[in-house]
Design a protein around this ligand. Structure first.
Ligand code: FAD
Length: 404
């Protein structure tokens, strides 16, 4: 009997899983189901080059790949029902049996009550990015609600297009939870220097439609704008899975190998609350993790004894700056912080150390040193704060013996 593996969600996790099943030699049926009309694509450019009108190639695989690999790709098709006991899932109204099922449904942009209408935008999909791009007009005002990564990236791209931008962030600085106060303050300065009206600690109370625009009422002011982007984070829709008996808590609960507790059911990517061998249970929203978990899940579906244990990795592009991060998000779990370079000069790597080992690396403008830090983190090699701080020391050599 030919085995059938079904993947629900055709984002980077799902598409990578499908490709990995084939590269690992799976000869059965692979059905990849996604509710968006597009071929699987990568989301990071949506707030950056794509939104800026540069149209980079964002396809995860070329269009012909799926037919060449005998992967049945159903776009514009939603999974609506799941019966784990019978091993059946309903896709596009059709009940399909599976031997193994991967849940890779990602998340969707959080909606806030009372914030709707044709001038109110969210950003998760390519269609969202296209609609936002069309709505952004040079010299007209965009208000961004939320100074997290997506909000800040959109603000930077919009400034590049000549759009007037106000960012409303409830916290003290942008991206504070992920990067901390000092680096958040640096980004606040960068945005303000680029002309963004960044307001921290200011809360939106109501939005009113007026002729040709919107009035955004905050607890301090009234701002008139032509378009509002709500960038208030991501929510995961797990109700369908929970109803079918799959354990969920802020995401689908999976072990290190992306297996749920239900036989034959796996989860990967943004929807997965993954038990990471280094960091414990975490649900991250990073492109790299989604891709790696997709590959690990595919191998687990084939019965391999695998684990996703790679340190988390993400980046954010804002103006000419690329922030890169490796390890535990926000550097939590470190007992010491060391900065190499200067945060106030936007040229630094901040290391988190625990028991004289690197547990997190966050860098700006120093890609080679970030990569060296990533290698130190992976290797678990003992280092001192002085070695990391001292810029005369080549970090690439720290793990190697000194030349004789
Ligand atoms: C604007 C933006 C910028 C980003 N920038 C960065 C960045 O710079 N760096 C970084 O590391 N990460 C970035 N990310 C995060 C990164 O894109 C995500 O972590 C990644 O897309 C997660 O992949 P995924 O496959 O798990 O989920 P998704 O990409 O969300 O894909 C899941 C797919 O499943 C579909 N689906 C959901 N439910 C169903 C259903 N019932 N039936 C069928 N299909 C369904 C969804 O519509 C979607 O197409 C960014 C995200 C966004 C939105």
């Amino acid at each position: 009997m030919t085995r059938r593996f079904v993947i629900v969600g055709a984002g980077v996790a799902g598409a990578t899983a499908a490709a990995t099943l084939r590269s690992e030699g799976f000869a059965g049926e692979v059905l990849l189901v996604g509710d968006e009309p597009d071929l699987p694509y990568e989301r990071p450019p949506l707030s950056k080059a794509w939104l800026g009108g540069k149209a980079p190639d964002i396809a995860v695989h070329p269009a012909e790949f799926y037919a060449e690999q005998s992967i049945e790709l159903l776009t514009g098709t939603r999974a609506t029902d799941l019966d784990c006991a019978a091993r059946r899932v309903t896709v596009g109204g059709r009940s399909v049996g599976y031997d193994a099922l991967l849940l890779a449904t990602g998340g969707r942009a959080r909606r806030l009550p009372g914030l709707a209408g044709n001038r109110v935008h969210h950003l998760r999909s390519r269609a969202d990015a296209d609609a936002l791009r069309r709505a952004m007009v040079p010299a007209e005002r965009l208000v961004v609600l939320g100074g997290g990564f997506v909000g800040c990236e959109v603000a930077a791209t919009a400034r590049g297009l000549g759009v007037d931008v106000t960012v409303l962030e409830m916290g003290a600085v942008p991206m504070e939870r992920a990067v901390g106060t000092e680096i958040g303050q640096l980004f606040a300065d960068i945005h303000r220097a680029a002309g963004v009206d960044l307001r921290c600690g200011e809360r939106v109370e109501a939005v009113q439609q007026i002729h040709g625009g919107l009035l955004v009422r905050t607890d301090r002011d009234v701002i008139e704008c032509s378009v509002l982007l709500v960038a208030a984070g991501v929510v995961r829709e797990t109700a369908l899975f929970e109803a079918a008996g799959v354990g969920c808590s802020d995401g689908v609960l999976v072990d290190a190998g992306c297996r749920t507790a239900v036989p034959g059911v796996f989860a990967a990517g943004d929807v997965a609350a993954h038990a990471h061998p280094r960091y414990g249970r975490l649900r991250v929203e990073h492109h790299d993790s989604a891709k790696r978990q997709g590959a690990v899940a595919a191998r687990a579906m084939l019965g391999e004894d695998v684990a996703h244990d790679e340190p988390h990795w993400f980046w954010s592009d804002q103006y000419e700056h690329t922030l890169q991060s490796c390890g535990h998000p926000g550097g939590a779990g470190a007992d010491e912080e060391v900065v190499r370079g200067r945060i106030d000069e936007a040229s630094f790597v901040r290391f988190g150390l625990r028991d004289a080992r690197v547990v997190s690396v966050l860098g700006l403008g120093r890609p080679q040193e970030v990569m060296a830090g990533r290698r130190l983190l992976r290797a678990g090699h003992p280092v001192t704060a002085d070695q990391l701080r001292d810029e005369s020391i080549d970090l690439r050599r720290v793990t190697r013996p000194a030349p004789a």
